[in-house]
Design a protein around this ligand. Sequence first.
Ligand code: ARG
Length: 463
Amino acid sequence: MPKKPWNGRFSEKTDKIVEDFTSSIDIDKRLYPYDIEGSIAHCRMLAKASIISEEDASSLIEGLGKIKREIDQKNFQFDNSLEDIHMHVETKLVQLAGKAAQKLHTARSRNDQVALDVRMYLRAETINTIKRLVMLKKVIVDLAKNHIDVVLPGYTHLQRAQPVLLSHHLMAYYEMFSRDTDRFRDCLERINVMPLGSAALAGTTYPIDRDYTAKLLDFPKVSANSIDAVSDRDFIIEFLSAASICMVHFSRMSEEFVLWSSSEFGFIELPDSFATGSSIMPQKKNPDVPELVRGKTGRVFGDLMAILTIMKSLPLAYNRDMQEDKAALFGTVDILKDCIEIYIKMIPKLIINQEAMRQAASTGFLNATDMADYLVTRGMPFRQAHSCVGQAVGYALSKKMELHELTLEELKSFSSLINKDIFDVLTTEEMINRRKSTGGTATENVMAAIKKAEKELDEDMKG
Ligand code: ARG
């Protein structure tokens, strides 16, 4: 059993229960590629600054490469007594490179090392998240484009309100996921700061070159304050906040998929390959995928709450509480990845029941606002028009008819401003296509929005 790095000061062995309790290796082993890359850069910098010899640096770098391959090939033994990924790599390096390996930790502490590893990991994962979101936006735009003319009722209070294009409804999600993409890009700015060289908390007495380490690891900036650098987890909080907002969008979309695929709505059918059956009711086709996306949202919010709570009362600088950040972060990274990927595959396969949507959009007085607008364009103040149409709706309800099913005479009895051209205004097509205000549901607007989105996606895919 290798000795603890702190064995000089201690006279008793660490209790096994303490080793198990304090170990984080099961969770933080996924940081190994970054830990090793960071150590290689640190080594190069130490040699360049003549803090260690070139010869020692080469043997360390060779050993680190070997460790990476062993872990890649699952040939590496993990052990709770070695606490975390940093101690595992260093201990193995001592076995491989002997005395030289004991120099690797010069001018460095695990406090700045773990901050570096997590930043490198999260930088890669944020870039992956952005790429996945771009793919998701693409499948949403494609679905909208392929169903440009499909009409469905738009809802407020989950009551039918006004007809909208399904493509317009889908493009609302495009907007949400675009904001999410921007938020992740913004996070990247603050993740991309190099903390190594802050050492335990106060910096180091060695003549290190932090800019050189940053250059090797492709960081545009080095952290400005060593105390902040080892105690800052804002970048994780920001990522989890952006992920939580993104999951709100996923959850709302999922809720609609669940509702829309019910017999009550019947607007969509999920592909068989993305639905599940019941173990008891043979007729069931259940929307488990959207339900689970909606459910996993709760876990992401939990991860955000966990990190906020972990950090809220910590005195500066590093405290071991911060080791708990990784379970929350990794949990959310995994959930977000799974949710984006499954929807990239599922959305193109959704079966759109265009007839059911149109049918639903044609009843329930969805043209009442348009009738009021008609009266307003003929000189009636809006409030008066609202009340006049309200009376017409009451009358139509009593006859179990829609407004456009009443005769011209019946309609005229509510206002002499009504003429036979009212019937054009009350059709679904007219209702949609007259809503040309910027951001409205008119077909030409939605087509322009899709075109703009396609241009943005082209740019996104290049970048
Ligand atoms: N495993 C630790 C963590 O994730 C690494 C830093 C440990 N530093 C220390 N001083 N014990 O936070």
